[in-house]
Design a protein around this ligand. Structure first.
Ligand code: GTP
Ligand code: MG
Length: 347
């Protein structure tokens, strides 16, 4: 499991606060925008991908969760509708994902140890008489990394799912995966015809390039079909998300370092150097020599040189920058730890 990004964002916020008056307003605003956007995408903070399973009642949503988990996590039934409350199957010890589930109001949680960073939410059916189900699905979709839409060979053309729901969700196409479940009930020619028909209906809904994955989550005989292909697709989502995280971590670090360089932060603020600068205050030639020796340049040098011997203003200039330097150094360490968890964003 990947490290939480929150400590890095907390340090960036601290650097923004402590660079008030030291760094440019434009760079402080950019850093604040970046930090706020990263916090809004709660799911981004964790390296786990969150996948929702949606579809009509009886299409096999709960069966799919069980097939992906490799054990019975949730009960399934031939009686309709069956799953009444959403249920989440999530990695243990992932506080970001737990709090995300809490925020969406998902109370039934099953935790698992190990495995790749995958959290799955089994949503209640969409075609239910219960309208709460529909609004829950609508609230959950913007928060997740992928949605698997389950169709079955009998109700795959249900207008309450297509025209009334999916057609309103075209902007989510990049994160939608369409699966035609229960193909064990069809012969090969029937399966091809239904897949093609479902693809055509999805195009009419407005999707540009809908791919339909043939699937059998709980065939009456034999092993589930299509699980490996689905897992491979989800792994790709995970890889993409991790690559995005690597970029986000780099952006966070760059934003913090920009504040430091705006402030011409001087990282080596040993006390003796501070004392020497104070001692030379007001003696411009001596002061220039001390500043040269400690390689203090840029706006900080100007500020010290123009302090005309007032040690108070020298103290403030050095201390505030030392604080900012320490914060940005800690940000560097936090970002390096996150990046080490996630080499190249590829695994
Ligand atoms: N033959 C066959 N039956 C399946 C398959 N997948 C699921 N089923 C059966 O279909 C029925 C419904 O499956 P569920 O997984 O409970 O469906 P669901 O979408 O969770 O239903 P709700 O909770 O009511 O929304 C169960 O009896 C399953 O055993 C499949 O691939 N092939
Ligand atoms: Mg169910």
């Amino acid at each position: 499991m990947l490290r939480d990004l929150t400590p890095a964002l907390d340090l960036l916020d601290l650097a923004i606060a402590s660079s008030d008056g030291l760094a440019s307003d434009a760079d402080r605003d950019d850093a604040a925008t970046l930090a706020a956007a990263a916090r809004r995408r709660r799911d981004y903070l964790s390296g786990t991908i969150v996948v929702a399973i949606a579809g009509g009642t009886g299409s096999g949503k709960s069966s799919l969760l069980n097939a992906l988990a490799g054990r019975e996590v949730v009960s399934t039934s031939a009686l309709r509708p069956h799953t009444d409350e959403p249920l989440a199957w999530i990695p243990a010890n992932d506080p970001v994902i737990s709090s995300m589930m809490e925020a969406v109001g998902i109370e039934a949680i099953v935790e698992y140890d190990g495995g790749f960073g995958l959290a799955i939410v089994d949503l209640p059916d969409l075609d239910s008489v219960n309208h709460d189900h529909r609004s829950l699905v609508e609230e959950t979709l913007p928060l997740v990394d992928a949605v698997i839409w389950m169709f079955d060979p009998i109700k795959y053309h249900d207008p309450s799912i297509h025209g009334e729901f999916l057609a309103e969700m075209i902007e989510y196409e990049p994160v939608f995966i369409f699966a035609l479940n229960k193909i064990d009930l069809l012969d090969e020619a029937e399966a091809e015809a239904v897949e093609a028909h479902l693809g055509g209906i999805l195009k009419l809904d407005g999707f540009h390039d809908p791919e339909v994955i043939p699937f059998a989550a709980a065939p009456s005989r034999g092993e589930p079909i299509g699980v490996d292909k689905l897992k491979a697709l989800l792994e790709r989502v995970l890889v993409d998300k991790r690559a995005d995280r690597v970029k986000l971590v780099a952006d966070i670090l760059r934003a913090g370092r920009r504040l430091a360089s705006d402030a011409s932060v001087w990282t080596g603020t040993p006390d003796d150097a501070h004392e020497e600068i104070r001692g030379a205050a007001g003696e411009s030639a001596q002061l220039a020599g001390v500043l040269d020796r400690f390689e203090i340049e840029g706006p900080l040098r100007l500020e010290i040189e123009s302090s005309s011997g007032e040690t108070d203003s020298i103290d403030i200039a050095l201390k505030r920058r030392a604080e900012l330097a320490a914060t940005v150094a800690a940000l560097g360490v936090a970002c390096a730890e996150i990046a080490n968890d996630n080499p190249g964003g590829a695994t």
